[in-house]
Design a protein around this ligand. Structure first.
Ligand code: PLP
Length: 386
């Protein structure tokens, strides 16, 4: 249960208290985990709750969905077992041959889904350079395009897309805009406010923040047949987020604002320290005034740029891999948005054929002491032959 109040509370307060949750029977301030696979009907043979069976959803997951919907100011949110399954539900609900427009470079898993559906003629896919509104406008087909996908900031180059402008282009063509703002979650970027129709996040990342679940979420203001169809894909595929993971997500989200603020402070300190570094050819971080999308990022995040950045290492691919290998505080691991800092050689992780600079290292900056992270990178750069 959540206790009603007439006080106007900030999103940070509502999130910290999981919408002021308490258990009606015991007063417990944390929600229970409801793991049932099936539900007994009442004596009139009517389901007691909107769930008959595990794949329909469950109370704990619905609680997490309510919290995210509140944060996004959405009418409804749907949680999935991973970001990839949430993205797949959006793709799968489209009719055969639907025209969609997606970035040429974005998170490789989602891009590969579009490419696979394209190769099988299930979808007709056009591509645009991430953040390039002219290319986006040229790629949409009025009256034909059904969906535009934008990832901002995009992986792993951190190009920023003006979501409001992209929404206008999509809407003028009669298409819906889906945004993936996993790198700047709704404590920073409220994509629905900016004009997106579906706000998608890999909740594995900042929303959960502790690298101990995978989850994906879709949030919308306007429901209707398309939203029912997306729900049906989740139901058919059985990809609703498990209640144990929903519980961990609720716990993780309580500290989202704190974690994200600290990650932003750390990332800013690291980006400033390494910008112009002798052993690097570039630092890509939207928080830096020198970043070409800085002004848009500032507007869209309120200055909360988050912890995601990339550095390009002098000396070639092996030198970059060596820097990742020689780090002792950063974990040499994929993923992002956790409390612990991660470093990865993106070309190794995204696989052959993905358009990424071979000297690029993606950093997910956590909440540790920034000086420890700077020292660690400095010693790794000094050891690597570059
Ligand atoms: N979108 C972005 C920007 C991501 O970084 C990821 C995962 O790294 C995904 C989507 C996919 O999410 P998941 O790993 O939860 O399936």
């Amino acid at each position: 249960m959540t206790k009603p109040t007439n006080q106007k509370l900030s999103p940070a307060t509502r999130l910290a208290q999981a919408l002021h949750f308490y258990d009606a029977q015991t007063g417990a301030v944390t929600p229970p985990i409801q793991p049932a696979a099936t539900y007994a009907r009442d004596t009139d043979y009517v389901p007691r709750k909107p769930y008959n069976y595990r794949r329909d959803g469950n109370q704990t997951t619905a609680q997490a969905e309510a919290i995210i919907a509140d944060l996004e100011d959405a009418t409804e949110s749907l949680l999935f077992a991973s970001g990839m399954s949430a993205a797949n539900a959006v793709i799968e609900h489209l009719p055969n041959g639907a025209h969609v427009v997606v970035p040429k470079v974005m998170y490789h898993g989602v891009l590969n889904q579009f490419k696979m559906y394209h190769a099988r003629n299930r979808l007709d896919v056009s591509y645009y350079a991430a953040g390039d509104l002219d290319e986006l406008a040229a790629a949409v087909r009025t009256g034909e395009t059904q969906l535009v996908w934008a990832e901002s900031p995009n992986n792993p180059d951190w190009e920023v897309t003006d979501i409001t402008a992209a929404a206008e282009i999509a809407h003028d063509a009669g298409a819906k805009l889906v945004t993936d703002c996993t790198g700047t979650p709704p404590c920073a970027t409220r994509a629905l406010d900016l004009g997106a129709d579906i706000s998608f996040h890999s909740a594995t990342k900042y929303l959960n923040g502790h690298s101990d679940i995978t989850a994906g979420v879709l949030s919308v203001r306007e429901t209707g047949q398309y939203w029912d169809d997306i729900w049906t894909v989740r139901n058919l595929q059985g990809t609703v987020l498990h209640s144990f993971d929903a519980w961990l997500l609720i716990r993780g989200m309580r500290t989202l604002f704190l974690r994200f603020e600290k990650a932003t402070q750390n990332a800013m300190a690291i980006a400033k320290h390494f910008e112009g570094h002798l052993k690097l050819t570039a630092v890509r971080y939207p928080g830096l005034p020198s970043h070409k999308g800085h002004a848009i990022a500032k507007r869209q995040t309120g200055g909360q740029y988050g912890g995601m950045m990339s550095i390009l290492v002098k000396g070639g691919e092996q030198a970059a891999i060596d820097v990742a290998r020689f780090c002792e505080v950063f974990y040499p691991a994929t993923s992002l948005g956790g409390v612990e800092s991660l470093i990865e050689h993106r070309k190794t992780v995204s696989g052959e054929g993905f358009p990424v600079d071979p000297t690029l290292l993606r950093l997910s900056i956590g909440i540790e002491d920034a000086d420890d992270l700077i020292r660690d990178l400095e010693q790794a750069l000094a050891r690597a032959e570059n």
